[in-house]
Ligand binder design. Structure first.
Ligand code: T4K
Length: 372
């Protein structure tokens, strides 16, 4: 078997080089490289149309996007969030000098447990920051009800949820704001990048100002504490070219997910994470849970696959609350994070990307089966 190794957890999709080169002269001739140039404007418009969302602000990455989202909503109190996420989710809260309040997740979806949100509410709670983990939609209706009843803001960390729909269309339309990542490792990338989806134009304008230092040249004033969170023109061009291929990317990823699911679901001790396939999904990750019934522990399986040059990732281990920086933000005497801790110990994300050859996929599956 002639396999292209190493096999990484992902390989970014890129358009054909000629497609990118064809439009490069526009940037070279205009010399507009940044600051809300024509490529950024074009990509924002095209994304609003593709994703069916009212307003998008492109940003340099989703971490900055989350920081800005919190700032744009003027949140001053505590933010209830999930510990089972990439650390960027919690970092965005701390960067705003606010307190993250961590609650446990649901055993199956691995998304924030809405019942725990209710019990964590306090007079200081001002917002909820759930994550659509691996692009699986959170219990948005219940979260919306909790938010309305308690006058809370909701920011969705939708880093994994590019192009994900449910029965109502894009899931990016839930909450006050949603933040998507366009990092190289995501289903849709602009090398580095991200987007904040807002539902009203005033908020979009405030976000656009915040990512450009909040300088108002009309009044020669700085209205808020802005920063530089802009996307460059070259990054936006990559996004424009990628968008032409996105449906094909999604289809290829779905095919890979389906094969993994069929082949691995029968293995004792391996639980394939269920992704809702009834509506459009990008299959941004291929998570499995390595439970105690499997012959090897999660770490042993990961190491054994690495020896075969198959590189998996433990998204998300360690649990955020197990990082020293975050230990003091959770008091185990009051509550527990049992499901989140269990997930962090069992999770393993397998390689998934549109260019993954069937022979490579077979090799990964056969390798796992041989260790069962
Ligand atoms: N919220 C959530 C829930 C998130 O998951 C993330 C980020 C964020 C917020 C923040 O979004 P951004 O600010 O990043 O836009 C990756 C990504 O850096 C990060 O974006 C992502 N989530 C996180 C889950 O994973 P690493 O440290 O695992 O990436 P790395 O460098 O180990 O790459 C994994 C594999 O991908 C490599 O083995 C090879 C391949 N790769 C990677 C890159 C960067 C490539 O082939 N080409 C590349 O350019 O963090």
């Amino acid at each position: 078997m002639n396999l292209k190794k190493p096999i990484f957890v992902t390989k970014p999709f890129l358009p054909a080089l000629e497609e990118f080169q064809r439009r490069l002269p526009e940037i070279w001739e205009s010399r507009i490289l940044s600051n809300n140039g024509p490529m950024v404007k074009e990509l924002e418009k095209k994304l609003c149309h593709y994703l069916q969302v009212p307003h998008i602000s492109l940003v340099s990455n989703a971490t900055i996007g989350l920081m800005i989202a919190i700032k744009a909503l003027g949140i001053k109190g505590d933010i209830i969030t999930t510990p089972f996420s990439f650390v960027a989710t919690a970092h965005a809260v701390l960067w705003n000098n606010l307190k993250p309040v961590f609650v446990d997740i649901e055993e199956d979806s691995l998304n924030i447990d809405v019942n725990r949100i209710n019990s964590a509410l306090s007079n200081n709670t001002e917002a909820i920051l759930p994550v659509h983990c691996y692009g699986n939609v959170c219990s948005v209706e219940t979260i919306n009800n909790i938010a309305q009843k308690n006058n809370l803001k909701v920011i969705y960390d939708a880093a994994h949820a590019f192009g994900v729909n449910d029965k109502n269309g894009s899931i990016l339309n839930y909450g006050d704001l949603s933040v998507v990542s366009f990092h190289a490792t995501k289903v849709f990338n602009t090398f580095e990048g991200g987007a904040i989806v807002s539902q009203d134009i005033e908020l979009k304008e405030k976000i656009d100002s915040l990512i450009n230092f909040s300088i108002d040249y009309d009044s020669n004033n700085v209205n808020f504490l802005g920063l530089n969170g802009k996307m460059s023109e070259i990054a936006a061009l990559n996004g424009i070219c990628q968008l032409d291929h996105i449906d094909d990317v999604f289809n290829k990823r779905k095919k890979i997910y389906d094969i993994y699911k069929n082949e691995l679901s029968e293995i004792d001790g391996i639980k394939v994470y269920e992704i809702d396939t009834s509506y459009r999904n990008g299959f941004s990750y291929m998570p499995i849970l390595v439970t105690k019934n499997f012959k090897l522990s999660r770490d042993e399986l990961s190491d054994a696959l690495k020896e075969k040059d198959i590189h998996t990732k433990k998204y998300f281990f360690p649990l955020i609350t197990n990082f020293q920086r975050y230990k003091n933000f959770f008091d185990e005497t009051n509550d527990n994070l049992n499901f989140a801790n269990k997930a962090a110990d069992e999770i393993l994300c397998l390689p998934i990307y549109p260019d993954l050859e069937l022979s490579e996929l077979d090799f990964i599956i056969d390798s796992i089966k041989s260790m069962a």
